[in-house]
Design a protein around this ligand. Structure first.
Ligand SMILES: Nc1nc2c(c(=O)[nH]1)N[C@H]1C(S)=C(S)[C@@H](COP(=O)(O)OP(=O)(O)OC[C@H]3O[C@@H](n4cnc5c(=O)[nH]c(N)nc54)[C@H](O)[C@@H]3O)O[C@H]1N2
Ligand SMILES: Nc1nc2c(c(=O)[nH]1)N[C@H]1C(S)=C(S)[C@@H](COP(=O)(O)OP(=O)(O)OC[C@H]3O[C@@H](n4cnc5c(=O)[nH]c(N)nc54)[C@H](O)[C@@H]3O)O[C@H]1N2
Ligand code: SF4
Ligand SMILES: [Mo]
Length: 768
C-alpha cells in the first residue's frame, strides 16, 4: 500500500560523533554524570540494603515540565541520580500530588534517545545527516546565519516558535531584544486564543493559565467538550473529584462519551460543531423562563436587552434541529444550571480552536456564566490575580511581547500591535488577532514560502513540535525548505530535527535553572526551578544558549548577568526574596488575591468601556463582525467520511511523551474510536488495523479500531500525538496514526487568529 511518507520519510538520524564521545567514552561520561546503569545494583549484591537507604538523598525544588500545567515538584536524587519526583505539598497546583505523566518525569529525563550534543547538518534538509560539534562552533555558526538574515531582510525576518516551560528565554526575551515581532507559541493560536480574545472582549480580563472555576463551593459544573480525566491536569482532576464527591451536578456536552461524561448527571452527545446553537438556546431558556440572575445582570452586565432580543427566537426547538439534542433536555439542563446559580458555571475550555468560529462560541459560553451571575461569586468563577514580580531590569526592548499562550503572564501582555524596529509589523497574515495581538503561529508559515508581505528567512524552534503541532504539515515542510536558516532547540530527535541546520540539545527541567514562574491564580504564586543534577551528555540550559547566542548577535546589553542565579536573585529582590529564601519557604512564594466582587469595594473588576460584562460588543460591530454570537454551520463530512476529532490520553502529553519509556509502556499506540454500528457497516471489529485517508488524500496509520457505542456515528476520535515517523524515537516511531498529518486544512478564526482543526474528514482504508 502506498503510504503517505512522513515529512522526513522515516529518516534515521545519522550522526558523526565527536571523537571523545565515541561509544565507549560515552558510557564512561554518562556514568560519571550519574546516569543510572546496571552498576548501582551490581555494586550492592544481595540487595538486602536497597539503594535508597544507602545513598545520599538530596531534594531540589522544581515545577513539572511533563505538560504546560507545571505542578510544583520536589526532585529527589540519590547519589546524583534522580530517583523520584513527587508533588510539592506547598505548591498550590500540585498540593503534594502528581498525575501519571508527572510521575513519569524521571523516565523522560533518562530516555536514552535524548539529543546529546550540538550538531550541524551535513546532508540535505530532511536527510537527518549531522556532525557533532562543540557549543562554540554551533553558536558561532548560528549567530553568523542570524546576523546575515538580519542585515539583508531585517530582524522581523527571523521567526521564533516556542513552547514548553523554558520558552521565555527565546520566544520572549531573545525575540523582543532582537526585534522580531514574529514570535509565537502554539498554546495561543492552536489552543486558547479564542477563549482569551472572547474574555477580553466581554470583561476586559484574561482567563489566565489556570481556569478560575471556584471549585470549593461549586454546585453545578458544565463542560463544553473539556474532557477532564483524559485532559489530566492534576489540580483540575483533584478539584473535580472533590466537587463530584460533594454531589455537585455535572453537565457534559461532548459527541463522545468521555471519561467525565461517565461521571455526569447529563451527557449531551451533541452534533460536532453546533455548540453555539445550544448555548444560544440555553440563554433563551434562562431569559424566557426568568431563571437568570436579574440583580447581578442589572449591576454588572451591559447589553442585556440586545442579547435577550437576539436569543428570543432561538428556542430549544430551533437548537434541537441543529444540535440533535432534544429540546426538553436543553430546557432541563438550563434549569439545573440555574437552580444552582451563582454556584454554577460553564468551565472555559482550554484547547478551543475547533471550527474557526471559536471566539463567538466562547462569548456564548461567557454570556451563560454572566446570566448565572457566576463571575466574582463564591462557588462560581473567581477573579484571578497576577503574581507581583518585577521584570529583570533590561534596556527597553526593540519590540513589545506578542507571543501569548498558556504560560504567558497576562499582566505582562501588551495590547499594542508590535512593530519591528524597521517599522514593519508582523507578517500580515499573522496579524489576525483582534485585540491582544498575539501572533498566530500557523499564519507565519505562508510568508516563509511566498515572501509576502515580506520574507521570513530564519526560524528558531524552542520546545515546539514543528511537524506535530501545526496543521497542514506539507505546507510547513515546504516552508522549511525555503528557509535560509533553521535552528531547533529540543531534547529529543522529533521529526523536525532531521530538517534543522543546527540542533541545540537542551538539558531537561531537572538539569537546569529556569525563569521564575509567576502564576495568575486565586492566590497568585511564584514557583522556582533549580537543577537536581548536572546536565547529561553535552546538553545546556535554555537560558545559557539564549545568552550565548544573544551576545554573539550584539545583544550584550540585555544579557548583563553571568549566571541564572544572579538573574533570578535580581528578580526576586523585587518581592524581598532570593533563591535561598525561596528554598527556605518550600520553593514557593504565595501572595494574596482578590477573587470576589466584594474584594473590589465600590469599584468594578471589569475593565471594559462600560466597566461591565459586555454581551454586545461595539468593538466587533465596528470591525464589521457580529456583535453578538451567531450560530454558523460548519461544513459537513462528505459521504463515506467521518469528522476527525481528537483529544488527550491521561498518560501522554501532546506528541512529546510517546517515546518516554514508562509512559509508552502504559499506552504505546492510539486507537480509532468508531461507532459500533458504523464498524459493522464498514466490516471492521475492535483490534483490526486500518489506514485513514482524509479529504485531501493525506494518509496516516495503521491504527487499531476501537468499535464503541461511546461515540456518535458521524465522527471518529483518536488521541493526539501518535503516528510519528522518526527512527531516532525507538519507542514512538511508527506507532498508531497522527491526527496532525490528517489535518491538511484548518479554518482561521477571524477574531482570535486561532486555527480551527476539527474541519477535517477521514475515511477508513482497510489494511492490505
Ligand atoms: N493528559 C493530558 N492532559 C492534557 C494535555 C495533554 O497533552 N495530555 N494537554 C493540556 C492542554 S495544553 C490542553 S489545551 C488541554 C486540552 O483539553 P480540553 O480543552 O479538554 O480539550 P479539547 O480538545 O477542547 O476537548 C476534547 C474533547 O472535545 C470533544 N469534542 C470534539 N468535538 C466537539 C464539539 O464539536 N463539541 C463538543 N462539545 N465537544 C467536542 C472530544 O470528543 C473530546 O472529548 O489538555 C491539557 N491537559
Ligand atoms: N493535531 C493537533 N495539533 C495540536 C493539538 C492537538 O490536540 N492536535 N493540540 C494543540 C495544543 S492545545 C497545544 S498547547 C500545542 C502543543 O504544541 P507543542 O508544545 O509543540 O507540543 P509537544 O508535542 O509537547 O512538543 C513539545 C516539543 O518540545 C520538546 N521538548 C520537551 N521538553 C523540552 C525541553 O525541556 N526543552 C526543549 N528545548 N524542548 C523540549 C519536545 O521534544 C517536543 O519537540 O499543540 C496544538 N496542536
Ligand atoms: S498535570 Fe501532570 S504532567 Fe502536567 S505538570 Fe502536573 S504532574 Fe506534570
Ligand atoms: Mo493547549
Amino acid at each position: 500500500m502506498a503510504v503517505q511518507p512522513g515529512p522526513n520519510g522515516r529518516v534515521k538520524l545519522n550522526i558523526t560523533r565527536r571523537s571523545f564521545l565515541k561509544a565507549g567514552a560515552t558510557a564512561g561520561t554518562l556514568a560519571a554524570l550519574g546516569r543510572p546503569t546496571g552498576s548501582l545494583a551490581q555494586k550492592r549484591p544481595g540487595a538486602e540494603i536497597p539503594w535508597y537507604r544507602t545513598g545520599t538523598i538530596e531534594t531540589t525544588y522544581n515545577n513539572c515540565d511533563m505538560c504546560p500545567w507545571r505542578c510544583g515538584v520536589l526532585v529527589h536524587t540519590v547519589d546524583g541520580v534522580v530517583r523520584k519526583i513527587e508533588g510539592n505539598p506547598a505548591d498550590p497546583k500540585s498540593r503534594g500530588m502528581l498525575c501519571a505523566r508527572g510521575q513519569g518525569g524521571v523516565s523522560f529525563v533518562y530516555d536514552p534517545d535524548r539529543l546529546q550534543s550540538p550538531m550541524i547538518r551535513t546532508g540535505e534538509r530532511g536527510d537527518g545527516q549531522f556532525r557533532e560539534v562543540t557549543w562554540e562552533e554551533a553558536l558561532d555558526y548560528s549567530a553568523a546565519k542570524i546576523l546575515a538574515i538580519r542585515d539583508t531582510y531585517g530582524p522581523e525576518s527571523l521567526a521564533i516558535f516556542g513552547h514548553t516551560s523554558g520558552d521565555f528565554w527565546f520566544t520572549d526575551y531573545f525575540a523582543q531584544a532582537f526585534g522580531t515581532p514574529n514570535a509565537a507559541k502554539p498554546s495561543s493560536s492552536l489552543c486558547l486564543s479564542p477563549r482569551e480574545e472572547a474574555f477580553k472582549l466581554m470583561t476586559g480580563l484574561a482567563v489566565g493559565g489556570h481556569e478560575p472555576v471556584d471549585w470549593d463551593g461549586l454546585q453545578c459544573l458544565t463542560l463544553i467538550g473539556s474532557h477532564i480525566g483524559e485532559d489530566a491536569r492534576n489540580t483540575v482532576m483533584q478539584d473535580f473529584s472533590n466537587a463530584w464527591a460533594r454531589g455537585a451536578r455535572v453537565v457534559v456536552v461532548d459527541p463522545r462519551f468521555s471519561s467525565v461524561a461517565a461521571k455526569a448527571d447529563y451527557w449531551l452527545p451533541i452534533k460536532p460543531g453546533t455548540d453555539t446553537a445550544l448555548l444560544l438556546a440555553w440563554a433563551n431558556v434562562l431569559i424566557d423562563e426568568d431563571l437568570y440572575d436579574a440583580g447581578y445582570v442589572a449591576d454588572w452586565v451591559a447589553g442585556f436587552d440586545d442579547y435577550a432580543g437576539h436569543v428570543s427566537e432561538l428556542t430549544p426547538e430551533w437548537a434541537e434541529a441543529i444540535t440533535e439534542i432534544p429540546a426538553e433536555t436543553i430546557r432541563t439542563t438550563a434549569r439545573v444550571m440555574a437552580e444552582n446559580r451563582p454556584r454554577s458555571a460553564i468551565m472555559p475550555g482550554r484547547h478551543v480552536t475547533w471550527y474557526g468560529t471559536d471566539t463567538q462560541r466562547m462569548r456564548a459560553v461567557y454570556a451563560i456564566n454572566a446570566l448565572l451571575g457566576a463571575y466574582g461569586r463564591q462557588g462560581g468563577m473567581y477573579f484571578n490575580k497576577s503574581a507581583y514580580l518585577e521584570a529583570y531590569p533590561h534596556p527597553p526592548f526593540a519590540v513589545a511581547g506578542s507571543s501569548g499562550g498558556c504560560s504567558a503572564e497576562p499582566g505582562e501582555e501588551s495590547d499594542e500591535l508590535p512593530l519591528g524596529p524597521s517599522g514593519k509589523a508582523r507578517a500580515d497574515g499573522a496579524r489576525t488577532s483582534f485585540l491582544r495581538g498575539a501572533t498566530a503561529m500557523q499564519e507565519l508559515i505562508d510568508p516563509m514560502i511566498s515572501g509576502e508581505p515580506y520574507p521570513i528567512k530564519g526560524l528558531v524552534t524552542y520546545g515546539v513540535n514543528l511537524f506535530n503541532s501545526i496543521p497542514n504539515v506539507p505546507r510547513t515542510v515546504e516552508a522549511v525548505k525555503e528557509l535560509d536558516f533553521f535552528l531547533a532547540v529540543d531534547v529529543l530527535p522529533m521529526e523536525h530535527i532531521a530538517w534543522a541546520d543546527v540542533v541545540f540539545p537542551e538539558a531537561t527541567f531537572v538539569e537546569r535553572y529556569d525563569e521564575l514562574w509567576a502564576v495568575p491564580y486565586k492566590t497568585p504564586f511564584i514557583s522556582m526551578r533549580e537543577p537536581a543534577i548536572e546536565p547529561l551528555y553535552d546538553t545546556r540550559p535554555g537560558w545559557w544558549m539564549a545568552r550565548e547566542l544573544g551576545i554573539r548577535v550584539g545583544l550584550d546589553n540585555y544579557f548583563q548577568w553571568e549566571t541564572a542565579e544572579e538573574y533570578l536573585d535580581k528578580r526576586l529582590l523585587s518581592v524581598g526574596s532570593s533563591l535561598e529564601k525561596m528554598r527556605a519557604q518550600n520553593g514557593v512564594i504565595v501572595q494574596s488575591g482578590k477573587p470576589y466582587l466584594e474584594d473590589f469595594g465600590e469599584a468594578s473588576p471589569f475593565t471594559t468601556t462600560s466597566a461591565r460584562i459586555e454581551l454586545y460588543s461595539e468593538d466587533l460591530a465596528q470591525a464589521g463582525l457580529d456583535p453578538m454570537p451567531v450560530y454558523e454551520p460548519t461544513e459537513e463530512p462528505p459521504a463515506g467520511f467521518y469528522r476527525l476529532l481528537y483529544g488527550r490520553h491521561p498518560v501522554h502529553t501532546f506528541a512529546k511523551t510517546q517515546n518516554t519509556p514508562l509512559l509508552s509502556d502504559l499506552y504505546p499506540e492510539n486507537e480509532l474510536w468508531l461507532n459500533q454500528r458504523r464498524a459493522d457497516e464498514e466490516g471492521v471489529t475492535s483490534g483490526d488495523r486500518v489506514w485513514l485517508e482524509n479529504q485531501d488524500g493525506a494518509r496516516s496509520g495503521p491504527i487499531k479500531v476501537k468499535a464503541t457505542q461511546r461515540i456518535r456515528p458521524d465522527a471518529v476520535f483518536m488521541v493526539h500525538g501518535f503516528g510519528q515517523q522518526s527512527a531516532g524515537l525507538s519507542r514512538a516511531d511508527g506507532k498508531g496514526a497522527s491526527d496532525t498529518k490528517l489535518q491538511t486544512r484548518y479554518k482561521l478564526d477571524p477574531i482570535s487568529g486561532g486555527a480551527g482543526m476539527r474541519v477535517n474528514f477521514v475515511k477508513l482504508v482497510k489494511e492490505v
